[in-house]
Design a protein around this ligand. Structure first.
Ligand SMILES: O=C(O)CCC(=O)C(=O)O
Length: 335
């Protein structure tokens, strides 16, 4: 019997996420562009992303470690907070050389005001689209344990080294995410944060053992290698948007070449199963605690906070004291 000739049947390549016709809003990885999710007015009023945007958000977060959620905050609210922060900065700068500069760059730690109430906006602190994104990425019942902020001071000249905020021992899984909210339009000119897409997937592989405060934790050879393929980028982030990022993602504060401050709020959330030590402070007897408890309860988010006297809150709002490590509370809890 004559041998059967091998027949090559042309196979149509399966549609994948790398096929632009499959998810047109997902930029090809090689483009090194962050995913942008723009919720519709209907999604914003319901406080929930639709299925197409959930797919896009999770694709961006799992692939890149960063997604920009566009136009979900009233910009007038951010103007008001920005005004407060400009005055706060004047006070902070009076501390002179004793004021800690993050990584020695012109970048200082400052918390946004939870009080007086005229500066507390629900779409900033109780943003249901952000809460939805957190529960999608980290799972239900995430804890909210950080409220702080970074100010890239005007006329800056120095950049920060590339670093990850996850300097503690952590699992190779999404365990902590941060919602960064700029109070001004942010671009490379005024120090939008440099982000390195996909670097959350390195986990601890590219990190040196914990080092003293002020040192970076990412090994130079990994940064040099990554520079050749997918280097860090500074995105344009419009005021009113949220830069949502996995805490493991490499990033760096950049010099603000403009003559105006660039303030950025940071709200930090951990997976329910991550037993972090951090708590944020709220001013006692001001209704802030109650407002946060009530505003989060239907969203599967648990705020972990310590009430402190108002005077103490005002003094410590700008403190640089976030703790990223885990609390061992019983034997064998930590692997
Ligand atoms: O302000 C920024 O853009 C980022 C700052 C930062 O990453 C830091 O201070 O650790």
């Amino acid at each position: 019997m004559a041998p059967i000739a091998e027949v090559t049947v042309p196979v149509k390549a399966p549609a994948t996420a790398e096929d632009p016709s499959y998810m047109p809003a997902l930029p090809h990885k090689s483009l090194n562009i962050p995913v942008r999710v723009k919720p519709s007015p209907e999604e914003i009023s319901k406080g929930r992303l639709n299925d197409a945007n959930i797919k896009l958000l999770l694709s961006g977060m799992h692939r890149d470690g960063v997604v920009i959620i566009e136009d979900v905050i009233d910009t007038a609210h951010l103007d008001k907070i920005n005004e407060f922060m400009v005055n706060d900065t004047e006070k902070e700068l009076q501390k002179g050389d004793s004021l800690y500069r993050n990584f020695g760059a012109e970048n200082i730690q400052q918390g946004p005001p939870l009080f007086p109430p005229e500066f507390f906006f629900d779409d900033v602190y109780l943003n249901s689209i952000l809460f939805h994104a957190v529960t999608l990425y980290l799972g239900p019942n995430a804890s909210w344990n950080m409220i702080t902020g970074n100010n890239a001071l005007p006329n800056g000249t120095k950049r920060q080294p590339v670093h990850s905020d996850a300097m503690c021992r952590h699992p190779p899984a999404p365990f902590y995410a941060i919602g960064n909210i700029y109070t001004v339009d942010a671009s490379p000119e005024n120090a939008s944060t440099e982000i390195w897409l996909g670097t959350h997937l390195y986990n601890s592989e590219a990190q040196c053992p914990p080092r003293p405060k002020g040192d970076t934790n990412i090994l130079d050879e990994f940064v040099e290698e990554r520079k050749k393929t997918l280097p860090g980028i500074q995105p344009v982030v419009k005021k009113g948007s949220i830069l949502f990022r996995d805490m493991r993602t490499w990033h760096a504060g950049m010099p603000n070449r403009s003559d105006k401050q660039r303030f950025m709020i940071a709200l930090g959330f951990s997976a329910a199963w991550w037993h972090g030590k951090a708590r944020f402070r709220v001013p006692a007897k001001t209704g802030t605690y109650e407002r946060l408890m009530h505003g989060t309860k239907d969203h599967g988010i648990f705020p972990l906070m310590n009430e402190v006297p108002l005077e103490e809150y005002n003094q410590l709002r700008d403190a640089h004291d976030f703790n990223d490590s885990e609390q061992p509370s019983w034997d064998t809890e930590i692997y």
